[in-house]
Ligand binder design. Structure first.
Ligand SMILES: Nc1nc2c(ncn2[C@@H]2O[C@H](COP(=O)(O)OP(=O)(O)O)[C@@H](O)[C@H]2O)c(=O)[nH]1
Ligand SMILES: [Mg+2]
Length: 498
């Protein structure tokens, strides 16, 4: 997602790294990189030109405040490069927003009619939205109104069954508008407070499709007509959206398949071209891969600066709060084993593909490309080959245990010791963080159990899969490791009998 754009903005920012002040020349030079990446991301040229002009005007037009007060009232220095990034951020937000994320209700019912070309992801989105509404304590009904493909009804029924949402389908031969009309009656009589109509698509917009959609709209008067677009279509997705909107006014857009799209141009340009806001993004095939569209978070991610709000939200989705709190408490006392690490790695994986999770982390945003899922897998395999005792106290792993674990997991003994060592460092770091005179107490987060915020901690990067990803260690660390290795050898000797 957005890798192309992030690359352009990052190199623009780097170009301004050493400059003393912004001027026509150095801003133009930086904007050249941005321009390239916008075009590569398949954003329409007219929009690119307009965007660049706005950024330039903002960057040069306002006097650069070299000192501002931060949130805590301290005066901090702002470099010209940072000022430029701020201008880009504000213009990106203006380009993509504003968005009102709520879905419209009418008479207590949230009704959504999904329209769009064939294969863009309407049926998938229907199920994702039903799930979203369900989490919002709503009782939705899904309506299979795609009568042109028999498999479409079955597809929606399967998805509905998975999330426990009823699907309204009719006898073969019933027209789509009739199905929707029946469904609306069922909503009223069946105590539903949300309804999602999954309509048919075609390969291109044609008169027949539009006629059917108009009839469904008349029959159901949905509060939200949502056009589903495929991000992989790039600029074409936006053009189709504009054409659709001319024939059947739409209220909002949902952009799908962002996960497979490195360009992200459609997300950037859709609002500017169609005047219609994007409300959600589809970021994967599974039902939980639906993100509310937040221009601020996306702008920040595009600029390679992460998206903490999005990350915390993802985290809250996958984690049991009470359990996380208890885990964090143990963690900060240094009382945890490799099983806990495994559990945390799984939690993070539930938050989505690793590189996507990383792109939301402020310090790692620009590094998301380099994230190595394979490395996590190999850590998992290593831990799986260990006995419960070894997982709890990895320091008992000696040469012969290591070679057994290595064989069992298809690795080398070296990898086993590497993992044990990095784990030991992590455990030490956590317990020093959490000790009574540790960093967290100094930051006023002392009384862990009460009011402790594990999500915040994860966001700060403390609870992440540090072990799996810490291979690029610095010289200093390496020296520390050497002396630790010595100590570990001693400890192993002592523990051999355990
Ligand atoms: N990778 C990815 N695939 C998606 C996404 N949304 C839908 N798909 C896939 O796109 C294909 C078409 O989706 P479908 O919902 O049947 O499209 P429809 O014809 O518009 O109803 C299916 O294989 C879906 O699994 C998404 O956000 N990401
Ligand atoms: Mg469909």
């Amino acid at each position: 997602m957005f890798e192309t754009l992030t690359r352009g903005f990052t190199s623009a920012r780097e170009k301004l790294g050493g400059v003393r002040e912004l001027n026509d020349e150095n801003v133009d030079q930086s904007l050249r990189d941005v321009r390239m990446s916008l075009l590569e991301a398949d954003v329409d040229l007219a929009i690119v030109k307009d965007f660049l002009a706005r950024v330039k005007e903002r960057a040069l037009g306002s006097k650069v405040e070299t000192r501002v007060r931060d949130a805590s009232g301290r005066r901090i220095k702002v470099t010209p490069g940072q000022h430029f990034v701020k201008c880009c951020e504000e213009e990106l937000v203006a380009l993509m927003g504003p968005v009102d994320p709520t879905l419209t209700h009418e008479g207590g019912v949230t009704s959504l009619m999904l329209v769009g070309l064939q294969g863009v992801g309407k049926t998938t989105v229907a199920a994702k939205l039903a799930r979203h509404l369900q989490k919002d304590k709503k009782k939705p009904l899904l309506v299979a109104a795609d009568v042109h493909r028999p498999a479409a009804v079955q597809q929606l029924q399967q998805l509905g069954a998975r999330i426990d949402v009823p699907v309204h389908a009719a006898e073969p031969g019933t027209s789509a508008p009739d199905i929707c009309r029946e469904a609306l009656n069922r909503v009223r009589s069946g105590g539903f407070d949300a309804v999602i109509y999954d309509t048919a698509g075609r390969l291109a917009i044609d008169a027949e499709l539009m006629e059917e959609l108009h009839q469904i709209r008349t029959a159901t008067e949905p509060a939200n007509i949502v056009l589903v677009c495929d991000a992989l279509m790039g600029r074409d997705a936006v053009n189709v959206a504009a054409a659709f909107n001319e024939q059947l006014p739409i209220d909002s857009l949902i952009l799908t398949k962002l996960d497979g799209d490195a360009r992200g141009g459609a997300a950037l340009a859709a609002k500017a071209v169609t005047g219609v806001p994007i409300k959600f993004l589809g970021t994967g095939e599974s039902i939980d891969r639906l993100e509310p569209f937040r221009p601020e978070g996306l702008a920040s991610r595009i600029l390679g600066m992460g998206d903490i709000v999005g990350l915390v939200r993802d985290f809250e989705e996958v984690v049991d709060e009470k359990e996380a709190e208890e885990d964090a408490e143990r963690l900060l006392k240094g009382q945890f084993g490799l099983d806990d690490l495994l559990k945390q790695m799984r939690t993070i994986q539930k938050m989505g593909p690793l590189r996507e999770v990383f792109s939301k982390l402020p310090m790692f945003g620009g590094m998301a490309d380099q994230v190595d899922e394979g490395e996590l897998k190999s850590v998992e395999a290593l831990i799986h080959s260990m006995t419960p005792g070894e997982r709890l106290s990895p320091e008992i792993i000696d040469k012969s245990r290591a070679s057994r674990i290595a064989k069992g997991s298809g690795h080398r003994s070296k990898d086993v010791f590497g993992l044990v060592e990095r784990f030991g460092q992590m455990r030490e770091m956590m317990s020093s963080l959490g000790s009574p005179d540790g960093l967290l107490s100094k930051m006023g987060l002392g009384g862990i159990g009460d009011g402790f915020d594990p999500a915040g901690m994860l966001a700060a990067g403390a609870g992440g899969p540090a072990v799996g990803l810490g291979r690029r260690s610095t010289e200093r660390k390496r020296t520390q490791q050497k002396s630790k290795r010595k100590a570990a050898r001693k400890a192993r000797k002592k523990n051999r009998k355990r």
